[in-house]
Design a protein around this ligand. Structure first.
Ligand code: MD3
Ligand code: FE
Length: 222
């Protein structure tokens, strides 16, 4: 019963905090329900197509702004052309509480106003290669919430997609906040451990990851 051994919050790299078991069971269930609804529309969850012809192995649906490689738009022009769902106020508040939990800085939490979330669903075969998130024009932190199967999450450095890096297991309910010097670090998900999730989240299999971000764009996308 490893769930009985508390895992302490840790700073994995400067500004990169892992806060295990941050979401309550009720919050996990509520997020699964919200993500299920977003996955059906207005823009359905899909494998993102890459400009050079590949497709991502994760399935993604966006809220607030739609991300397609490598920019944000209000409408999902690479899916069905519809405007994505509004970014809800409750998610702004959740993002602020996450920044407070990571940094313990009330002012930094209050000024955090995420305007987009990318919701990634991983089946047992899905992976995410090492990449930087640099389509946002703001250095504000990224808040990551994990639900379902455990994964191996790799946090590298800002210079190269190779070593040095640190591998961290992200489990259901874990919070990860990436800010400061780690905001533009390379990172990826080399493995998902199938069947390790807690079914009472409402997710029967796979891994859900929600990342909140600040695009730095105004309402017109400029
Ligand atoms: C480290 N998602 O959606 S979340 C992504 O678990 C993405 O689905 C992964 O990478 C996932 O772009 C990782 C944690 C994360 C998010 C943003 C970061 C780690 C980061 C930005 C900089 C450094
Ligand atoms: Fe990323």
């Amino acid at each position: 019963m490893d769930a009985l051994i508390p895992r302490p919050a840790r700073e994995i790299a400067p500004g990169a905090w892992h806060v295990p078991d941050w979401l309550t069971p009720a919050q996990r269930r509520a997020l699964v329900t919200a993500c299920r609804a977003w996955a059906t529309g207005p823009v359905p969850i899909r494998h993102t197509r890459l400009p050079r012809g590949g497709v991502m192995s994760v399935r993604t649906v966006c809220v607030g702004w739609h991300w397609q490689p490598y920019r944000y738009t209000r409408t999902a022009d690479d899916v069905n052309g519809l405007r994505v769902a509004e970014f809800p106020d409750w998610m702004v508040r959740l993002g602020r509480r996450a920044v407070l939990a990571a940094y313990g800085d009330e002012a930094r939490a209050q000024e955090y106003t995420p305007d987009t979330a990318l919701i990634n669903f991983y089946d047992g075969q899905a992976r995410m290669g090492m990449h930087q998130d640099k389509d946002e024009r703001s250095p504000a932190p990224v808040v990551s919430l994990s639900i379902g199967d455990t994964c191996v999450f790799r946090v590298g450095n800002t210079e190269t997609r190779t070593r040095p890096y640190t591998d961290v297991e992200l489990c259901s309910g874990d919070l990860f906040v990436l800010g400061g010097p780690s905001r533009f670090a390379y990172h990826g998900v080399p493995k998902v451990r199938e069947g390790t999730g807690d079914p009472d989240t409402g997710l029967a299999s796979g891994r859900l990851n929600i990342t909140m971000r600040v695009t730095g764009l105004d309402r017109t996308g400029k």
